[in-house]
Design a protein around this ligand. Structure first.
Ligand code: ADP
Ligand code: 5GP
Length: 200
């Protein structure tokens, strides 16, 4: 069977990258879709590992050539999931974790109705602001813009399949892991493999 898509979204600063990275290290056979972005690398981020960092011209050309499964403008930059990158992962049967914003979540669900959408919430808006400051990668105006968007972003959790509150990091990682493992154990997903072993 082709791999299952798992989408994780959250207001910036909630801990999505931290949780996604830990889940990837814990779950065998979980591919990660590396997005393209026009944003500049932060801190230790490397092209081809965290993102494919590209310029505006390259990104626009990829849009024109239909290279993206989905793309969106988030804050002031463009982000997109390339069709070929995703196909390479799913065609080999790998389940794939995608870190995309809410527009991306909506577009992925529309295109792949079987995808599983997980929304990560901060314990409070005050704690979200503390985490944005603690991360130390954004200046004051960026933090203010992200906090302004957070309350609206959070409204979208209602149409996600799962909601996890990232209060204690280890608990949030465990919970994302449980969702992925449970979805993998669904009867309908397992039957093709089981039928190779037993007459059911
Ligand atoms: P996002 O990818 O959602 O923008 P990050 O993963 O960059 O967020 O996390 C933002 C900051 O919050 C980082 O400094 C990270 O170490 C911290 N963080 C993540 N989860 C927790 C948590 N459960 N408790 C406290 N701090 C956290
Ligand atoms: P950051 O700049 O903090 O890494 O990401 C900003 C936002 O862009 C996050 O909400 C992240 O989920 C989102 N994002 C990252 N990659 C993609 C993508 O390929 N598509 C979409 N739609 N959003 C993305």
């Amino acid at each position: 069977m082709p791999g299952q898509l798992f989408v994780i979204s959250a207001p910036s600063g909630t801990g999505k990258s931290t949780v996604a990275m830990a889940v990837r290290q814990r779950i065998p056979g979980l591919g990660y879709s590396i997005s393209h972005t026009t944003r500049k690398p932060r801190g230790n981020e490397r092209s081809g590992i965290d993102y494919h960092f590209v310029d505006d011209e390259t990104f626009t050309k990829m849009i024109d050539e239909g290279d993206f499964v989905e793309w969106a403008k988030v804050y002031d930059n463009f982000y997109g999931t390339s069709s070929s990158g995703l196909q390479d992962l799913t065609a080999s049967g790998l389940d794939v974790l995608m870190d995309v914003d809410i527009q991306g979540g909506r577009n992925i669900k529309k295109r792949f109705p079987d995808s599983v959408l997980i929304f990560l919430l901060p314990p409070s808006l005050e704690e979200l602001e503390r985490r944005l400051r603690k991360r130390g990668t954004d200046d004051e105006s960026v933090i203010e813009a992200r906090m302004e968007m957070a309350a609206d972003d959070i409204k979208n959790c209602v149409w996600y399949d799962y909601i996890i509150v990232n209060d204690k990091l280890e608990k949030a990682i465990d919970e994302v892991q449980s969702i992925i493992v449970s979805e993998r154990r669904l009867t309908e997903r397992q039957l093709p493999g089981i039928r190779k072993l037993f007459d059911v």
